[in-house]
Design a protein around this ligand. Structure first.
Ligand code: ZN
Ligand code: ZN
Length: 323
């Protein structure tokens, strides 16, 4: 491949990756988490975590066997709602889906309780556009806790609000189904995200309502939240950078295991349009395999990938040498 072609390819990557203007993070690691603390959010997340810890006890000692079996299955389904839906489809549109699949993804996305698909995708696009600067909602330059969950306990940095308005969400705004879920998110969440998960064990195997609440609602919710948050914290701080050493995101096997393949985050930030989120198909690339399986039945299509030439050209120039 000629130098000229390689340069053009790198420019394409840069256009996807770089910020319009350089923003340096001024809010440093040691800036206090107590700056702009939102007390309501602190109380909400504290209560949720206490309920989830109690949920561990309930799951181990008070729940029926059917609930104990259902809990990890349901948590895995909800995790897939984040990886297949919120992340790879709604945020990146790295593959296309048929309308029935889109409706299923929207229902699963609603059940995860992580805001509407529109809000999730807009924040995630902002995260990619201004990664690890003050305009990134979960700026990892502010340390592990902030990027993990501190960002949900504090006031948004003014640059997050300002730059949030510059993110292109025209595809989402013109999608009637996505905007319907956004508009009616609260009632939809109460039904799909709270009532349905709690009612399944009660109806199907006569579980006690309070047991169902503390296990499949509280415990499952908090576990899936932490697994999701680990992509923003662990996979931005602890690992190698074979594709681009200039950025924070890393390759983290641990995060890949708990998020069905989302831990190859250095690759993902270098080539965000690639539906595989990785160059390699490994045992844990479960999300990719589900998309492929759905594609076999023509339920998903137009799966975008980064070519080997682009990947290898980029990593030769910018990788840390660990490839
Ligand atoms: Zn992403
Ligand atoms: Zn990231």
């Amino acid at each position: 491949m000629s130098e000229e072609v390689q340069d053009l390819m790198d420019m394409k990557i840069a256009a996807n990756n770089d910020t319009e203007e350089k923003i340096e993070t001024e809010t440093k690691k040691d800036s206090s988490i107590f700056d702009g603390l939102q007390i309501i959010n602190v109380i909400y997340y504290s209560l949720l975590h206490i309920a989830a810890i109690y949920g561990v006890y309930v799951a181990l000692f008070r729940a029926k066997l059917a609930t104990q079996i259902w809990l990890p299955i349901f948590a895995a389904l909800m995790g897939s709602g984040v990886t297949l839906g919120s992340h790879r489809y709604f945020s990146h549109k790295s593959y296309e889906v048929t309308t029935p699949v889109k409706i299923v993804l929207l229902i699963m996305q609603t059940m995860t309780g992580q805001n509407s698909a529109f809000t999730w995708a807009r924040e995630h696009r902002l995260h990619h556009k201004y990664s690890d600067t003050d305009a990134d909602p979960h700026n990892a330059a502010r340390g592990f806790f902030f990027s993990h969950m501190g960002w949900l306990l504090t006031k948004k940095h003014p640059l997050v609000l300002q730059k949030g308005r510059t993110v292109d969400v025209s595809d989402l705004l013109s999608d009637k189904l996505i905007m319907f879920q956004h508009k009616y998110y609260i009632p939809l969440y109460v039904f799909w995200g709270v009532l349905v998960p709690i009612m399944i064990p009660i109806y199907l195997w006569d579980e006690k309502p309070w047991v169902s609440f503390f296990t499949v609602y509280c415990l499952r919710y908090v576990v899936v939240l932490h697994f999701t948050w680990s992509v923003n914290s662990v996979a931005h701080l602890f690992g190698n950078k074979p594709y681009d050493k200039r950025i924070y995101p890393v390759e983290s096997a641990l995060v890949s295991w708990i998020t069905f393949g989302e831990g190859t985050h250095n690759y993902h930030h270098a080539f965000p349009w690639d539906y595989r989120v990785s160059e390699f198909s490994t045992l844990i690339s479960l999300t990719t395999r589900i998309i492929d399986l759905l594609a076999y039945f023509d339920l998903t299509y137009d799966r975008k990938t980064a070519s080997q030439q682009v990947v290898h050209g980029h990593l030769k120039r910018h990788g840390d040498g660990t490839h």
